[in-house]
Design a protein around this ligand. Sequence first.
Ligand code: NAP
Length: 331
Amino acid sequence: MNLAIVGATGVVGREVIKCLELRNFPITNLYLAASAKSVGKIIKTIWGEIKVREISSKLFEQSDIAFFTAGSEISKLFAPLAKINNCLVIDNSSLFRYDPLVPLVIPEINGAEAFNHSGLIANPNCTTAIAALPLWVLEKNFGIKKIIMSTYQAVSGAGQAGLDELEQQVIEYANHQELVVSKFSHQILFNVIPHIDSFQSNGYTKEEMKVVWETQKIFKRPDLAISCTAVRLPIKRAHSESVVVQTKSKVSPEKFKKLLSQSVGVELVDDVALGQYPTPMTAMNKFSVEIGRIRQSLIFGEYGLEFFISGDQLLRGAALNAVEIAELFIN
Ligand SMILES: NC(=O)c1ccc[n+]([C@@H]2O[C@H](COP(=O)([O-])OP(=O)(O)OC[C@H]3O[C@@H](n4cnc5c(N)ncnc54)[C@H](OP(=O)(O)O)[C@@H]3O)[C@@H](O)[C@H]2O)c1
């Protein structure tokens, strides 16, 4: 296949390259594009050294599939150009996710929907994608009534600039300098910030509402009661989430653990006696989401569970999901 990555120099774009390499994706040509500042840069891949180019009609003419990892503005400008050049877009931005005509796909859950595309497939938000894998096990086997989620999100969720700001503040702190704040609304070093993306009229942030809208769409459960509080922490990579679930039928930690052990995309890390539970440090660079601290809910009793997950949002939550969608089209 001929593939293009639009936004290849960003944190998600670089992860897509890594993922294609790790999964031995059958590639004839790989084209990498980014902003004018990166044009001409050389990126080393297992398919050779590739020069970063600008986004153009020719890029899409030459490609069967383009991964868009450059934000909503670029998707808005260039996804139509890819479409008229018969290049399938797998979009990582939030721009098309809520369009009823665009499939929003997590291959482990609703992979078949990818084939209903009309030139464009949306990749979910990374926070949604990580939680959806274990939640789907509960939905399929017990039915879900309600979900209450709180997140602990890494700075790389805000792109390279977010990562740079945390690293810069560490250096400034060590040098007794004033900390410069630009990407986040407050100092992120030694802090937690309950504000990711813009505030909506209902008091939730857009990041929180993405979890609601997207889980309902992917699970085909517009009635699903779900609420989220999304919080940024000074962690470099991998998001964590504390999840409380009320189920329709009786559930137990033992039954859930057994089902998880037979599921793809999740790894049970749950032995508190040995100090084993999910953490961003251990979840980093893994294809699976770590899940642990599974317990019967004190609030919902036999009809509820609480658990903690950590997943690499750049890899599992974004790049791997996008590459898995592309893999559906290999044949
Ligand atoms: N970070 C995450 O955890 C995450 C997870 C899921 C989805 N996403 C989504 O993925 C997308 C990329 O996010 P990111 O975190 O990877 O951001 P990032 O690190 O800031 O990377 C942005 C990429 O877009 C390119 N770009 C920016 N302006 C451009 C322009 N005018 N023309 C062409 N290319 C341009 C950049 O190129 P230069 O390097 O040349 O500037 C870079 O390659 C966003 O839609 C984001 O919402 C991010």
